[in-house]
Structure formats: structure tokens, C-alpha cells
Design a protein around this ligand. Sequence first.
Ligand code: NAD
Length: 313
Amino acid sequence: MKNILLVGGAGYVGGAVSDELCNKNFNIRIYDNLLYENTFLKKIEFIYGDIRDKRKLKIHLNWADIVIWMAAIVGDGACDVNKEDTIEINSKCVKWLSNNFDGKIIFFSTCSVYGAQNGILDENSQLNPLSLYAKTKLDAEKFLKNKNAIIFRLGTLFGVGDTYSRLRMDLVVNYLTMKAHFNRELTIFGGNQYRPLLHVKDVARAVRAAINVNRKGIYNLKFDNYKILDLANIIKKSFKSKIKIKKTKMMFQDTRNYKVSSNFFNKTFKFKPKYDIKYGVKQISELINSNRIKNFDDIRYTNQLYLKKYGTK
Ligand SMILES: NC(=O)c1ccc[n+]([C@@H]2O[C@H](COP(=O)([O-])OP(=O)(O)OC[C@H]3O[C@@H](n4cnc5c(N)ncnc54)[C@H](O)[C@@H]3O)[C@@H](O)[C@H]2O)c1
């Protein structure tokens, strides 16, 4: 049985990945500092630890055959809250990992490394990181270049990945679904910009596909590319009651606009993403209707707002 260490495995992606891998002939251990949480309740071995605590982390790296590295400060706004900590966590700790672990690594980068560009971008396209988040992820990719590492450049994720983990409402599909439900109005900045999107459970399926294959390299991962305005219309149509779409000028801070191809991963690993936008919207809507979350606007569901208040320690 392979030992798999999920670093940052208590987060949004970690929830889906740990569900996908447990009970599948792997020993799973999670290492996480619960940046946004007070508890970890899933019945999986859990180590409370910070990736900056190298002595502690090394003990668990020594145990692992495979490391799935998800710990990061995630999102453009969140990364700008404390830039020094972001560089330390997102880049320097990955450099340290590359010098201290020789097993298989699965690492999550972001399609944001492409910035704003025309055409369909593949793994060989020009890179144009516009934010500190994208820059630190690109640095981390470089540190892993000569390792036995699979690097996923993920599109923006959506949906519900598991029962236990913190939802992220700062992701465009989840956010717009919440606004449609509570405000009956979607405010779209610009609207013509493209974004690759992917259900969080499909990330977990891709990880599973990658685990047993003896390959390395960088792979884009997306379900499809959506124009934000088209996305708003899909969400609008998912609701029976009337939803208004209001367009405003593009926010200055977020100029990302790109379409990516994930043919390379899909062909190499015989992978097909399964979950579409409608499924993600349905999941979020069901969660809202179940009244199990008191306040979807709570800052704990938004990385940037939470870190602004509580910091990155
Ligand atoms: N969600 C997306 O849309 C998306 C898109 C592209 C890439 N990614 C990448 O996927 C990975 C997971 O993202 P997510 O959406 O689950 O984010 P998340 O914020 O939900 O989870 C990050 C996890 O890392 C942990 N963590 C943060 N700093 C840590 C530290 N110093 N020590 C130990 N643990 C720490 C947090 O406690 C949290 O459990 C990240 O690397 C992210 O860059 C996510």
C-alpha cells in the first residue's frame, strides 16, 4: 500500500481529493495548519502542522511515497494580504520540498500563469503571470522542474467537493450562484473575458488518474472555457424565478482573460472531466436550500477577507 501525504489536504481541493483516495488501497495522511478552520472532523489520519515548520514536515515526508501538495495562499486577493508570507508559503516552501523529497509529487499550479492572452493556450504557450499568486505558482513550478512531479495548471474550480471541508464562495460559479439565490441579481464585471472552469471533484478524479502512471510534466486541466457573461446566463437559467444580469465595467484589478486546452492531459491519461456547471450550481443551490450554512456571506468562505482579518499564521 502506498503512503500518500496530502499537504494542505484540509482545504477545498483537499476535501475532494481525500474522499477520492480513501478506501482505495492507499494509506492517507493529511498535514495542514487549519488556516481557516478550528476543527478537522473527517475520519482520516490528520497531522496539525505548518509547512514552514520544516522539522515537523520532514518526519511526514519521510513516511510518504507520494506527496500531493495543496497548501498555499490561494487567489489573487488573498496573496496580496501579506506578500512576504505568500512568497514563503507558495514558493520558498516548494523549493524546500524539491530539496527534501525524492518521491512522486503532485502539485497544483493555476491557469492564471497565462494571464491575458488570445487563442487557445496549451502547456507550451507563453506565460504572462499578472498577479503575485500566479508569479509564486510559476516559481514553484520551476523548483519542481527536475523532480518526479506532475504539475496541474487548474482552471477556476467550482462545486461542492465533499461533506466536511470549507466551501469557497470566492470562486466565480459558487459566488454567482449564491448571488442569484439571495439577491436575484448577478453583477458581471466586463463579461467578455474567458475563464477555464472545472469541478473540484474532477480535480480529485484527475489526481487518481495521475497517481499510478509513471509520468511527469505540466498539464492544464479544465472542463471548458466560458465567457463570464455566458456563465451568468447558464446560472440564470438554472433558477425558476427571474434573475437579473447587470453588466458593469471590468474591474481594474482582474484583467485575466484566457482559454486553455487540456487535450494533453486528457489524451495522455485517458481522462474526461465529468461534472458540468449545471451540476455545480445544483449542488450549491441544494446546500443553500438545506439551511445547513447559516451565513454564506461569512468571511470564512472568502480567502482574502478572512486573511485580512486574521492573518496567515
Ligand atoms: N480553488 C481553485 O479554483 C484553484 C484553482 C487553481 C489552483 N488551485 C490550487 O489548488 C490548491 C488547493 O486550493 P484550495 O482551493 O483547496 O485552497 P484552500 O485555501 O481551500 O486550501 C488551502 C489549504 O492549505 C492549507 N494551508 C495554507 N497555508 C498553510 C501552511 N502554511 N501550512 C500548512 N497548511 C497550509 C490551508 O489550511 C488549507 O487547508 C492550491 O495550491 C491552489 O493554488 C486552486
